[in-house]
Design a protein around this ligand. Structure first.
Ligand code: SAH
Length: 401
């Protein structure tokens, strides 16, 4: 096995089980590892520290998977890791059409592998050379452990490009999923709220077809919606709106730039026999909120669930200005005592920074704003303590006076 020797002073994160070894931390490579091969990582003294998977083309050269020298990164290891991840989701989405993330990459000890369950279908992402080299093993493990009807790949092709991997999309095993599948989102174990059925397009929808990471938060936010006029910004397929309607919202206004998304949202409300008056606005939230303000429109509950604004450290300032802007205008559109459910899915914006941004918006809006709940990604997207990067989605439910 090839060995990687670290530069002096770069051992600490490895000893503390952070799974990434960057190219700049490496002093020497002994051997000629090919992409995806298992390599040993040594301290500058030569002591064995960890074992991981090599990615020669990526800035993240090694993704660590084992800290016990007797642990081989073989098929039995991979299968055991998948089985462990699946066992952690028992009870979250077991019913017919149940949908949840079964494997969340580094956070489940399988860097570069995402597996989402949508009823009898699995949608997977293979994002690193280590997982690419184990593609056949991954499929065998999933087929044996989960017996799905079909496995479809929806890899994030930007991430594959960083690993010098060709785009990866298409049917990998079994039957092709239908154009639309009715799914039942995961709930927190023991939650009483019954989720609506929601349609997802596994082959062409956003992400792997649905934003599973907001599953629990949609039910939390719905708890504030009975009899309320609700504005769902960045609505996509209307997940927040469908829950709000089931909780008895008086009206729904959904904004998204994508007509296909709004069309799916319309179908989702119909599928759940929702008769709540709903207005679908195709447009840019930044502009539509200002237009509503100019018209003097007011709402009781506003949901802000924007896409990731910061993809790199260099974009954090610009992203922060964007978050502040939409929060500032949204606060101005709320009736006194109204609810703002505001989210950020940019991992580079910490919960602290996000709180500062929302604080800034409140000062500029001249409103008293109280945080009444702090929300995070749903429990099928665990945060591994040794890998803080796995925490990315944060949200506040605020009361705006
Ligand atoms: N709230 C959704 C997920 C939102 S994902 C849910 O619960 O499933 C972000 C959505 O924002 C996408 O549907 C995208 O089409 C839309 N979007 C991105 N930028 C936008 C903008 N400036 N104005 C309106 N919609 C936007």
């Amino acid at each position: 096995m090839a060995t990687i020797t670290l530069r002096p002073g770069r051992e600490r994160p490895v000893i503390q089980r952070h799974p990434w070894v960057f190219s700049g931390a490496i002093a020497a490579v002994c051997g000629d590892p090919v992409g995806g091969e298992a390599v040993d990582v040594l301290a500058p003294t030569g002591d064995w520290l960890a074992r991981g998977l090599w990615s020669g083309a990526s800035q993240i050269r090694v993704r660590l998977c084992a800290w016990d020298p007797s642990q081989l990164l073989d098929e039995a290891w991979l299968r055991a890791r998948v089985a462990r991840a699946v066992s952690g989701r028992v009870g979250m989405a077991d019913g017919e059409g149940g949908a949840c993330r079964l494997v969340f990459s580094e956070a489940d000890g399988l860097p570069g592998l995402i597996v989402d369950r949508y009823g009898v279908y699995l949608v997977i992402q293979i994002l690193t050379q280590g997982m690419e080299a184990r593609r056949a093993e991954v499929l065998r493990a999933l087929v044996d452990l989960l017996a799905p009807r079909g496995i479809f790949e929806r890899s994030d092709n930007d991430m594959r490009e960083k690993e010098s991997l060709p785009p990866g999309d298409g049917l990998l095993w079994g039957a092709e999923p239908p154009d639309q599948i009715a799914l039942l989102p995961a709930t927190a174990v023991g939650t009483a709220v019954a989720p609506p059925r929601l349609l997802a397009d596994l082959r062409a929808g956003q992400k792997t077809g649905f934003y599973l990471d907001q599953s629990v938060n949609r039910a939390r936010v719905a708890a504030y919606c009975q009899g309320k006029h609700v504005l769902d910004c960045f609505a996509y397929s209307g997940g927040f709106s469908a829950y709000a309607a089931r909780a008895g919202a008086a009206s729904l206004t959904l904004i998204d730039t994508s007509p296909a998304a709004l069309d799916l949202a319309r179908q989702n409300l119909a599928l759940n026999q929702i008769a709540t008056p709903a207005d679908y606005v195709e447009g840019n939230v930044f502009k539509v909120l200002r237009a509503f303000r100019a018209e003097g429109r007011r709402f009781d509950v506003i949901i802000l669930d924007p896409p990731k604004f910061a993809n790199s450290q260099g974009q954090v300032d610009h992203a922060a200005r964007g978050y502040k802007d939409i929060n500032w205008v949204a606060m101005q559109l709320l009736n006194p005592g109204g609810i703002l459910a505001t989210f950020s899915c940019s991992g580079l914006i910490s919960p602290d920074l996000f709180q500062k941004i929302v604080f800034g918006a409140s000062v500029d809006a001249g409103r008293d704003v109280q945080i009444i709940e702090r929300l995070a990604q749903s429990p099928d997207h665990p945060v591994l303590l040794t890998f803080p990067e796995s925490e990315y989605l944060k949200g506040f439910v605020c009361r705006v006076w």
